[in-house]
Design a protein around this ligand. Structure first.
Ligand code: SF4
Length: 55
């Protein structure tokens, strides 16, 4: 599964289980109204995206 933007976002955390891989948005903890904890993938547009290399 291609996670889209979450794949390179510093706020994303990949969670692997025996059955599948989830991508958890860590911004959802602070802004649950804006961000889904487990966004529907692939994420193609996100106002909270920040690349991992930045900062
Ligand atoms: S901020 Fe957006 S791109 Fe980043 S992990 Fe959350 S949903 Fe994915």
């Amino acid at each position: 599964m291609d996670p889209g933007l979450c794949g390179t976002c510093r706020h994303a955390k990949r969670i692997e289980t025996a059955r599948s891989t989830f991508w958890m948005c860590q911004r959802a903890a602070d802004e649950p109204r804006v961000f889904a904890k487990y966004p529907r993938l692939p994420v193609v547009g996100c106002g909270g995206y920040e690349g991992r290399e930045i900062g």
